[in-house]
Design a protein around this ligand. Sequence first.
Ligand code: NAP
Length: 293
Amino acid sequence: MSNIDPSGTFTLGDRKVRRLGYGAMQLAGPGVFGPPKDRDAALAVLREAVAHGVNHIDTSDFYGPHVTNQVIREALAPYPDDLVIVTKIGARRGKDGSWLPAFSPKELTQGVHDNLRNLGRDVLEVVNLRIMFDMHGPAEGSIEAWLTVLADLQRQGLVRHIGLSNATATQIAEGRRISKIVCVQNQYNLAHRGDDALIDALARDGIPYVPFFPLGGFSPLQSSILSDVATRLDATPMQVALAWLLRRAPNILLIPGTSSLAHLRENLAAAKLDLPKDTMTALDGIAPNVRAA
Ligand SMILES: NC(=O)c1ccc[n+]([C@@H]2O[C@H](COP(=O)([O-])OP(=O)(O)OC[C@H]3O[C@@H](n4cnc5c(N)ncnc54)[C@H](OP(=O)(O)O)[C@@H]3O)[C@@H](O)[C@H]2O)c1
């Protein structure tokens, strides 16, 4: 029995993962660029996450770049059998740390090989195609050419499953005509609910939805309603934000990011936090619900 068992499980690809996972982006240096400020602390965070039962870790070789995957490998290889590492391709970093699209067949192929090498794997369990028509949010445009390249890498045996990130419903439908899509990773949290209808649609099809920035990302969530609920439940606002996501839909898998052991422990304890119905209703009121009628 792990500490995070109360979060439940959901199928990702063909593996069952605990719904409370871990996002490794915060382990790179400032601006997700360069080495961590404290490498030993980064190794400790990863080892403790796994010791608590985390078996879903999100990463990318463009975090650092390369650094985050190298830290994951140093901390966790040889990897536990049940660990699912999800990575993403579609960007590269400029010399100044800028995020640049990387969608030519050569760049996509290079992205897969960079992840394989730095994670020390023969095959990547899940690779998300990170769509970049607009870096900051889903925007329409065909993904057929890029996904065809990724599907070819899958046929070569380098990639087991394919997911999409920063995707619109139209792109997900287009993607599902080309390849099986096993997860969608978009921005979503208590205050940013543009994907409400999409989450419900994916839940009906049994496809995991993995919100990035579950705690608000670079601008941590702040709301008097959130703080009031946290005080009432003797929890922290971040724990309430995660518990709300766990209860929002059964197909939501969490990957909160942190470089701090104390924050990691706090976040994992959210698995056990029970949110009574009236607190769910209060939290739902923080942002407009844009579910389909
Ligand atoms: N697909 C995409 O385009 C995309 C984009 C962004 C992120 N991601 C993935 O999503 C994961 C999660 O996103 P994220 O890490 O950017 O944002 P997040 O999980 O919403 O928030 C992380 C931020 O919150 C802080 N934090 C974490 N736990 C805390 C706590 N208990 N109390 C107070 N502060 C806390 C962290 O600082 P400390 O380090 O000090 O704890 C960090 O600044 C990433 O790690 C990455 O794997 C994907």
